[in-house]
Design a protein around this ligand. Structure first.
Ligand SMILES: [Mg+2]
Length: 127
């Protein structure tokens, strides 16, 4: 079985591939953002007319890889550390959607609490 890559190793492989082709110099940042969105839509296409994907796990992995490859290129442009950005975002999400809400058994009460938390979060932030 091949060695499991870390995110840093996978990112390095992506950027080595990109830089060897000089795409880091020739591809516009806008083009990368557009491509990221297009790849996300290619993943969505597998669900276009079905609740379940008609693609295989390999198909899903391939599209997800496309999305992440563009995300890594995009992050490189802005010197964004993706794992740190994810951790920061999850921290915000924890404040926006306190876990206690999801422990409420009654669905109606849970949805009410969720909506309330969402409304309150908007009031308390500039985001
Ligand atoms: Mg694709």
């Amino acid at each position: 079985m091949p060695k499991q890559l870390t995110f840093e190793e996978a990112s390095a492989i992506v950027m080595q591939h990109i830089k060897a082709r000089k795409w880091d110099k020739t591809n516009s940042t806008r083009g990368i953002a557009v491509s990221l969105s297009l790849e996300a839509n290619e993943l969505l296409e597998y669900f276009q007319w079905h609740d379940e994907s008609f693609g295989s796990k390999e198909d899903m992995a391939s599209e997800l890889a496309d999305i992440l490859i563009y995300a890594i290129q995009f992050a490189d442009r802005y010197e964004i550390d993706i794992p740190s950005a994810i951790a920061k975002k999850i921290e915000k999400q924890n404040k926006k959607y306190p876990v206690e809400i999801f422990e409420i058994e009654d669905e109606k009460e849970r949805n009410k609490a969720w909506l309330e938390a969402k409304k309150n979060y908007k009031k308390d932030t500039t985001l």
